[in-house]
Design a protein around this ligand. Structure first.
Ligand code: ZN
Length: 131
């Protein structure tokens, strides 16, 4: 049984004594336990978030102008990763005749027109990774 359920049971038992001060103190204690329980949940969520970010940090590498992950030929948005540490795949639009590729981030809506067609960028990223 958790602390929250435990304190609720104690509060029910204490009611039988009809002691106003004791009831008030138990009620305060119950609220404090609930606050601590919520804080603990928030901390656990934060730890999970940081662990995810840390794992990504060791896997992502930079090959201008994008971030890449080994074994993944789709790049990640540099703006989202560097500003908010969120890994968002870029959506490939097209290779243009002028030697550029069009990519879009669904999160920050940024459009990228880097030098080099898609396959050239992927090949360059693989070379950077293997160095
Ligand atoms: Zn983005």
């Amino acid at each position: 049984m958790g602390a929250v359920e435990n304190i609720k049971e104690v509060a029910e038992l204490v009611k039988k004594f009809n002691d106003i001060e004791l009831n008030r103190r138990i009620l305060n204690l119950e609220n404090e336990v609930l606050d601590l329980s919520r804080e603990r949940r928030r901390s656990e969520e934060k730890i999970e978030e940081l662990e995810r970010a840390l794992k990504l940090k060791t896997q992502l590498y930079f090959s201008e102008p994008f971030y890449w992950m080994k074994g993944d030929t789709t790049p990640y948005c540099p703006s989202c990763w560097e500003a908010k540490t969120i890994a968002v795949h870029l959506l490939f639009g097209c290779d243009n005749q002028d030697g550029t590729s069009g990519w879009n981030c669904a999160n920050c809506k940024h459009n990228y027109w880097p030098q080099g067609h898609r396959q050239q960028l992927v090949a360059k990223a693989n070379m950077v990774r293997d160095r």
